[in-house]
Design a protein. Structure first.
Length: 434
């Protein structure tokens, strides 16, 4: 079902989420807006040919005989809609349960004509309204029109007060928006990235606990002022710890890991369980005091859209129940499985080792550089190449220090090595084995 996969990639995944109360400022002015109440369910597709079949967002056939029977057989084409439960507020995880246990309770609200993608979105909504009759189990989504962004905010407020999820808005400019309330989460800080100039943090890496494993849920870079970023860097440097995994920030610098000891409150616009490539997966980690984090591979997870730092929650404790994964699962279904894919990853290989030593009154100091080719795909958050630097000095308060640099090619890795040797190996240092 290539049409279904393409629809998810080109249309459904490009809806722009914004906080509903900010619609006047965040939605551009247009001649007209077409909107509907947003249904919190599961996207599905009715494919009508010689027979009617229903498919989920991954183009997997669904067994929904009551909806197959109810769908009008003469409406040939592919119809996108929302599977939902007809109660005060349909929720995504309730629909997931119904798909497994009570399929006959599900209804289908049609909102798009996939077979008419060559037409504009407002034309496709007209096609849905004209061709899909209103029935008990099958019906078109009710679309309304407005020329005022203030009216959109009013309608959004009414939808939220009626315990609905929000609004979907099409504009004559060709954009589609999801108006939703913001979500506030209490998250544990497990790492951080540094600004390129080293003056402060760039973002905080945050996670939630699922049983005894920390699940990475995203990075938070908004909501800080310049002084905050410097203060955060000073604080986090004191609680750094080791990890057997490298996670790369958007600026292609590796995150530094910290003990899970700080809880922050974060506001985001939306929690996504899938993107255009399918279900989202992220790192799963165990933490042992004194040893640091150990990777358990990747598992099904979520992404936070437009996360903003709101403040430190000194009254909260990292772990269950304060920073539990239940904050996510109470809102959205986490797709896929918890099974680690660590076993499917190809082993890394060491390209070179260079070690230098220097004798002093307090003992022998050692600085070692190890170049590694990860043999993992960059899209899986593994850098192609990395340089691991170890600095040991027995007379120092913190005798063992480490750092990681990443590179996109072996040539760039060697250039980084030359730069690091020039910076860290001065007069008095001898190369091991020379």
């Amino acid at each position: 079902m290539e049409s279904i996969i393409q629809y998810k990639k080109t249309i459904a995944s490009r809806f722009i989420p914004i906080e509903g109360v900010n619609a006047v400022n965040d939605i551009p002015e247009a001649d007209e807006y077409i909107f509907s109440e947003k249904i919190d369910g599961h996207i599905a597709f009715a494919v009508v040919g010689d027979e009617v079949k229903f498919y989920n967002r991954s183009a997997i056939l669904l067994d929904l005989p009551h909806l197959v029977e109810a769908f009008p057989k003469d409406k040939k084409g592919i119809w996108a809609g929302e599977l939902y439960l007809k109660k005060e507020r349909s929720r995504s995880f309730s629909v997931a349960s119904a798909l497994a246990n009570a399929k006959s309770d599900l209804h289908f609200a049609v909102f798009d004509a996939v077979h008419e993608l060559d037409k504009q979105s407002d034309d496709r909504t007209k096609i849905v309204q004209e061709q899909i009759p209103v029935g008990n189990l099958i019906h078109p989504v009710k679309w309304m029109k407005s020329t005022s962004r203030k009216e959109l905010v009013q309608k959004y407020t009414e939808a939220i007060e009626a315990n609905q999820e929000g609004l979907v808005v099409h504009t004559t400019l060709g954009y589609t928006y999801k108006l939703k309330p913001s979500v506030q989460l209490d998250l544990t800080v497990i790492g951080y990235s540094i600004k390129e100039d080293g003056s402060g943090i760039r973002a905080l890496l945050v996670g939630l606990l699922d049983e005894n494993k920390w699940i990475v849920v995203g990075s938070v870079g908004g909501g800080f002022v310049t002084d905050d970023r410097s203060d955060w860097l000073n604080r986090l440097e004191t609680i750094e710890c080791e990890a057997d995994i490298v996670v790369v920030a958007n600026n292609r610098l590796a995150y530094k890991w910290v003990k899970p000891s700080i809880v922050i409150q974060v506001k985001c616009i939306e929690i996504l369980n899938e993107d255009s490539s399918g279900p989202i997966s992220k790192e799963s980690l165990t933490y042992v005091e004194g040893s640091g984090y150990q990777s358990e591979g990747k598992r099904s997870a979520v992404s936070l859209i437009s996360p903003v730092f709101m403040g430190i929650r000194a009254d909260k404790v990292p772990g269950n129940p304060d920073t539990s994964i239940s904050q996510i699962t109470d809102r959205v279904e986490i797709l896929g499985t918890k099974t680690s894919d660590q076993a499917t990853l190809q082993d890394s290989e060491i390209l070179f080792r260079e070690a230098y030593y220097k004798e002093s009154k307090t003992g022998v100091a050692v600085r070692k550089f190890v170049g590694i080719k990860t043999n993992k795909l960059l899209k899986d958050n593994y850098p192609p190449f990395l340089l691991y630097f170890t600095d040991f000095s027995a007379g120092r308060k913190d005798p063992l220090q480490t750092d990681i640099k990443i590179a996109s090619s072996e040539e760039k890795l060697k250039l980084i090595l030359e730069s690091e040797i020039e910076k860290n190996v001065k007069k008095g240092w001898e190369k091991w084995g020379s």
